[in-house]
Design a protein around this ligand. Structure first.
Ligand SMILES: [Fe+2]
Length: 604
C-alpha cells in the first residue's frame, strides 16, 4: 500500500512532480510493482488528481474516505475489508524503492522470532554527524535482536563518550504489518511522545508493541524538497546510461597462473598449502582421461581426495552441476579444500559452477546471469587440456538451464589458480583442436569488431588474433611451439572478451546449442561460415583456415527444424542482448530481425 497525500508541508504537490517523464507517485508505484514481491499494489490517496493519474497509467488506486493524520491510518482504512495477511507501507515519495530493502523487511516474518513481531521496518547505517544531528532524519536505536527501543529526531544515543563504538541508524519509512496490528494502530489515539517528535511509529512503542528492524544499506532518495527532485532526475538519467555494458568494469583476473611444459607436475605442491584438515580435494576430470593412468598418477591424490570423471560429450547443464554438488555434500562432512577441473571448456565451466554451488544455496539455475552469486566459492583450480575457449581465464561459465543457456557471471566464478601445461593438449583430436581454436579466433574477431571495444580488450584481442593466424595459417611452427602459442592465444582471447563482449556467431551458436545440442566450438564455426556480412575480413580468414586444414563442416542442419524449434532458437539467440549491442550497436533490433535470423539459420 502506498499512501499518497497531495499536500505536503515542505513541498506541496511533490508526488505529482515530473521525474524523468512520469509523476513521482507513478514511478514509486511502478518500482514497487516491479519488485514482484506483492500480490497486489495500491496507491491510497486523498487526491482525485493522483487517483486519476494512477488509473491512467494502468495501476490500482483507492480513494481514502476520511481525513487522516498519517499514512498508516490511510492504509488501515483501505485494508479493513481486504483479505490480507501482511500489509507493507511503501512511502509514496520514494521512487527508487528497491527490491532488496522490501525483501529484507518481509524476511523478518520468516525469522525465528516472527511470532513476537507486530510490525517490521527498515533502518540504514549512517556515519555523517551532519546527518546524525539533522532533525529531518529519524534515528532509531535497537536492542540486541534488532527490536526498536526508540525513534527520535535527536541523535540517539547521545555520544557523551566520543570514543565509544556506536553505530547510528537512520529509520527508513517502510513498514510491514500484520493486518491485525495495522488495524489496532488505527484505533489507538496518539500519545504525547509521538505528538512531540512527529514520528508515527513511536505510537507503537508507546503501546508496548514490538517493532523488528531489518538493516538495508541500499541508497534511496526521498523527494522531500525541490533539490531532492533535481537530484532524483539526475540519478534517473545516469541510471539509464549506466548498464553492465558501458560502465567501467571492475573484474577479477586469475590471481595465480603457472605456464610451461610439464608444469602439471607442480600441482601437488601448489595444492598443499590449500589443504584443510579432513577436507578433500575433488578432481573433476574429462572422461577421455579415464584410462590414462599416467595423467591420473601425476595428479597424486591423497587422503580422502576424490576423482570424478565427467563427460564433456554435451555442454554442461545446471542439472549436472546440481547433481555433482549434491553427491559431494552427501559424501563428505567437510566442505572440500578445493575443486580441480581438468579438461576442456565444458569441464572447466562445470568445475567453476560446482565450486560456487558448494557455498551458495538452491539450484545453479538460480544464478544464471550477471552478479547473482553472493557467497565466495570454494578454492578452485583450472587445468585446460584443450585450448581456445578462454574458460580458464573468464569470469563466467556457460551453462544450459531448464529455460535458458546463460553463464554464471560473477566475481567468484574466476579460477583461483590456473595451470597451463601445453603438453596436456597433445592428444586432442584434430577436428576438436580446430573447432576449439576457432572459438578463440572468433572471440578476437567479435571483440575487435564490437562497439564495446577499448584499448584493454584490443591489446589482448590483437595479440590473440595474430597468434591464431600464425598457428592456423603458417607451416613453420613445430607442434610443440603451436601448442604453447594456442594456449596463450586462448588466454588472451578470453581476456579480450572479459572487457568487451562476443557477438553474432556466439549469439546464434547458443541458439544451435540449446535446440540441437551442438557443442560450442563447432556451433561457432557453423555460424561463422555464413556471416561474412558482419565480419568480412574475419570470415574470409576463417574460410582460408578451414580449407588449409581440410575441415568439412556439417551442412543443412536447420533444414528439418519444426517451426517451434526455429522460434525457440531465434528466441534464445535474441535474448543475448549485450552480444547484439556489442556486435551491431544500439540499433541492433532493426538489423537483426527474426526474419533475417531465420534466413541465416536456414543457410547453415
Ligand atoms: Fe566462445
Amino acid at each position: 500500500m502506498i499512501p499518497a497525500r497531495y499536500g505536503a508541508t515542505r513541498f506541496p504537490g511533490k508526488l505529482m512532480q515530473d521525474l524523468g517523464g512520469k509523476p513521482v507517485i507513478v514511478r514509486t508505484y511502478e518500482a514497487t510493482k516491479d519488485t514482484k514481491l506483492f500480490d497486489e499494489v495500491y496507491v491510497v490517496t486523498d487526491s482525485e488528481l493522483i487517483y486519476k493519474e494512477i488509473e491512467l497509467s494502468g495501476g490500482k488506486a483507492i480513494m481514502s474516505i476520511k481525513e487522516h493524520d498519517c499514512g498508516t491510518d490511510r492504509i488501515a482504512e483501505a485494508v479493513v475489508d481486504m483479505d490480507v495477511d501482511i500489509v507493507v507501507n511503501v512511502q509514496g515519495d520514494e521512487p527508487f524503492t528497491s527490491k532488496s530493502g522490501l525483501k529484507q523487511v518481509l524476511s523478518v516474518f520468516d525469522g525465528p522470532d516472527a511470532d513476537k513481531i507486530d510490525l517490521a521496518s527498515l533502518m540504514t547505517e549512517i556515519y555523517d554527524w551532519k546527518e546524525i544531528s539533522d532533525p529531518n532524519s529519524v534515528k532509531v536505536i535497537v536492542d540486541k535482536d534488532n527490536f526498536a527501543l526508540y525513534f527520535s529526531r535527536s541523535p540517539i544515543p547521545y555520544p557523551r563518550d566520543k570514543n565509544a563504538a556506536v553505530q547510528y541508524y537512520k529509520h527508513k519509512g517502510i513498514y510491514a504489518f500484520r493486518k491485525k496490528a495495522l488495524l489496532d494502530f488505527y484505533k489507538l489515539p496518539m500519545r504525547p511522545m509521538e505528538a512531540a517528535e512527529k514520528i508515527e511509529c513511536i505510537r507503537y512503542l508507546e503501546y508496548g508493541k514490538n517493532i523488528k528492524m531489518a538493516i538495508s544499506n541500499t541508497q534511496s532518495i526521498e523527494i522531500d524538497t525541490p533539490e531532492d527532485l533535481i537530484r532524483a532526475n539526475k540519478v534517473l538519467k545516469d541510471d539509464k546510461n549506466i548498464t553492465i555494458n558501458n560502465m567501467y568494469r571492475n573484474f577479477p583476473m586469475v590471481p595465480k597462473v603457472v605456464f610451461g611444459r610439464g608444469s602439471f607436475d607442480q600441482l601437488p605442491s601448489i595444492l598443499a598449502p590449500q589443504r584443510k584438515d579432513k577436507a578433500p580435494f575433488i578432481y573433476l576430470v574429462d572422461d577421455v582421461f579415464k584410462d590414462d593412468e599416467v595423467i591420473i598418477d601425476r595428479m597424486n591424490l591423497r587422503f580422502n581426495d576424490k576423482l570424478i570423471f565427467v563427460s564433456a560429450e554435451e555442454e554442461p547443464k545446471t542439472e549436472q552441476v546440481d547433481t555433482i554438488v549434491k553427491s559431494i555434500k552427501g559424501e563428505f562432512t567437510y566442505s572440500p579444500s578445493g575443486i580441480i577441473g581438468v579438461g576442456g571448456g565444458s569441464v572447466l565451466d562445470l568445475s567453476k559452477a560446482v565450486s560456487i554451488m558448494l557455498t551458495n544455496k538452491g539450484s545453479s539455475s538460480d544464478y544464471q546471469g550477471w552478479d547473482l552469486v553472493s557467497t565466495k566459492s570454494v578454492y578452485h583450480v583450472g587445468i585446460p587440456t584443450i585450448s581456445g575457449t578462454g574458460a580458464e581465464v573468464s569470469r563466467t561459465t556457460v551453462l544450459t538451464g531448464p529455460d535458458k543457456k546463460l553463464g554464471i557471471n560473477s566475481d567468484f566464478t574466476t579460477f583461483d589458480q590456473v595451470v597451463l601445461d601445453p603438453d596436456l593438449t597433445a592428444s586432442v583430436p584434430k577436428e576438436q583442436w580446430f573447432y576449439t581454436g576457432m572459438d578463440c579466433f572468433i572471440h578476437c574477431v567479435e571483440s575487435l569488431n564490437g562497439t564495446f571495444l577499448n584499448e584493454f580488450s584490443k591489446s589482448y584481442g590483437e595479440k590473440a588474433y595474430d597468434l591464431c593466424k600464425e598457428i592456423f595459417l603458417s607451416d613453420n611452427l613445430s607442434e610443440v611451439e603451436s601448442r604453447g602459442k594456442l594456449m596463450m592465444a586462448s588466454w588472451h582471447g578470453g581476456m579480450s572478451i572479459a572487457y568487451s563482449q562476443v557477438g553474432v556467431a556466439h549469439a546464434m551458436s547458443y541458439g544451435l546449442s540449446y535446440v540441437l545440442g551442438i557443442k560450442h566450438g563447432i556451433g561457432n564455426c557453423i555460424v561463422f561460415d555464413h556471416i561474412e556480412e558482419y565480419y568480412p575480413e574475419g570470415v574470409g580468414l576463417f574460410k582460408k583456415m578451414k580449407d588449409y586444414h581440410n575441415i568439412k563442416l556439417p551442412q543443412g542442419i536447420c533444414n528439418n527444424l519444426t517451426e517451434y524449434q526455429m522460434d525457440t532458437m531465434i528466441d534464445i539467440a535474441l535474448s543475448l542482448v549485450p552480444l547484439w549491442e556489442n556486435a551491431l550497436g544500439d540499433d541492433w533490433k532493426s538489423i537483426m530481425t527474426r526474419d533475417k535470423m531465420r534466413e541465416l539459420y536456414f543457410k547453415m
